[in-house]
Design a protein around this ligand. Structure first.
Ligand code: GLA
Length: 394
């Protein structure tokens, strides 16, 4: 983290030829279980992790410009804060411009600003670098310009930015986790009401390890929005037939069966997965709170098989990785994590077996796909925060 902070401060100094006034850290996230249910009234179990986007910022009084420098792309962008903004061709800019746009539309005012940022969250790996970028910027604007936004507002602003300026119709999980994360705690989030509670991530003797397939995805082109369309089709028909049902999670399997012919096989499969997954999350939260780690592992693996065969968001590399991982000693569960179509698997492994499993899967993956898998041993960490000035190490 210190390295990232120093690196970002140096980037700021070299581009803006002055010192940053403050430093902010916005984390990526893991999700223990509850995939694709965040836009269908489900529960999810994410947590913020110790991989961050670091922002070095300075307010510029009497200026009408906001300037970003993205150190990792060696690219910059400047815009006039008094004017209305539209999406641009530099993709990374849209996450930030979208946030500005949502805040501007709400009538709140910001001033001139210089921002340099850099990241240790691998992009396109399912660890939500986008949510960290959106919500990190929203958090900064809130702090520097006293916008009086709540944490929930910040998460919703991030999500709206992604919908409107990036074009991905994501749920709320990633933004929520990046904003609300707490060290050592996973968040049980009801995506319908946004009520949430924290759980001690008590998996002593076991480790959650991420294997990055290095198959990159962007949800703009991945099929994410198509999955939402499949589900929306089913929802429309379900609610027409059963208007008394309040939340998607309250539809029963038999109700779904009744509309099967009408919604078609694809939408049926997707909805079946969702209803099962929502139930799995509740079971997983119980298992975690009771220390039933073995059962938690079983549920993770069930999620993978649902994501692969019913929701169809896995890929051959991740299916291979998960299948091979599950054969190894000490592995309790494994699954693709996040939106899918590439990225990481999350693996629940007995701590004493972790090194062995990593060695074997790295080797097998290399032989079959010619790709060097990456491994992240992440820690569950706090959500977006300002890094105290006296902690600077320059
Ligand atoms: C992406 C989206 C989230 C969520 C996950 C799948 O990360 O941004 O809202 O839908 O995929 O669980």
């Amino acid at each position: 983290m210190e390295k990232l902070i120093n690196y970002t401060i140096e980037a700021f100094q070299s581009v803006f030829e002055s010192e940053p006034e403050s430093i902010f850290l916005a984390p990526g996230r893991i999700n223990i279980i509850g995939e694709h249910v965040d836009y269908s009234d489900g529960f999810v179990l994410p947590a913020a992790i110790d991989k961050y986007i670091c922002f070095a910022v300075r307010k510029v009084d009497n200026s009408e410009n906001c300037t970003f420098f993205a150190k990792d792309f060696d690219d910059s962008f400047s815009f006039n804060i008094t004017q209305k903004q539209s999406p641009v061709s530099q993709m990374w800019v849209n996450y930030l411009l979208g946030v500005f746009n949502v805040i501007q539309e709400s009538g709140k005012k910001i001033g001139g600003l210089q921002v340099a940022f850099s990241s240790t969250i691998p992009m396109g790996s399912g660890l939500s670098s986008s949510a960290a970028l959106e919500c990190g910027f929203a958090f900064i604007l809130n702090e520097l310009f006293d916008l009086n936004l709540t944490k929930k507002d910040l998460a919703l602003i991030g999500q709206k930015s992604e919908h409107t300026f990036v074009g991905v119709k994501c749920g709320i999980m990633d933004q929520f986790a990046s904003v609300f994360g707490k060290e050592h705690q996973v968040i049980m989030l009801d995506c319908n009401s946004l009520e949430h509670q924290y759980f001690e991530a008590n998996i002593e003797g076991y480790s959650l390890v991420l294997f990055d397939s290095c198959v990159k995805h962007t949800h703009l082109t991945s099929g994410y929005n198509d999955r939402r369309k499949d589900v929306d089709k089913a929802k429309k028909i379900l609610w027409k037939k059963f208007p008394e049902v309040e939340k998607f999670r309250d539809f029963s399997f038999s109700m779904l069966d009744e509309v099967r012919a009408e919604i078609g096989e694809t939408s049926y499969k997707r909805s079946l997965y969702l209803l099962k997954e929502i139930k799995r999350v509740e079971k997983a939260a119980k298992a975690l709170s009771e220390g039933n780690i073995k059962y938690l592992g079983t549920l993770l693996s069930e999620t993978h098989s649902g994501l692969s065969t019913e929701f169809e968001v896995s890929c051959k590399e991740l299916d291979f990785m998960v299948e091979e991982t599950l054969k190894e000693e000490g592995v309790l569960g494994a699954r693709i994590m996040g939106g899918g179509f590439g990225g990481c698997s999350i693996n629940l492994i007995k701590s004493e077996n972790v090194d062995d499993v990593i060695e074997k899967i790295t080797q097998k993956y290399k032989v079959d796909f010619g790709i060097e898998m990456k491994v992240y041993r992440v820690k569950i960490s706090d959500g977006i925060n300002e890094y105290e000035r006296n902690e600077f190490i320059i």
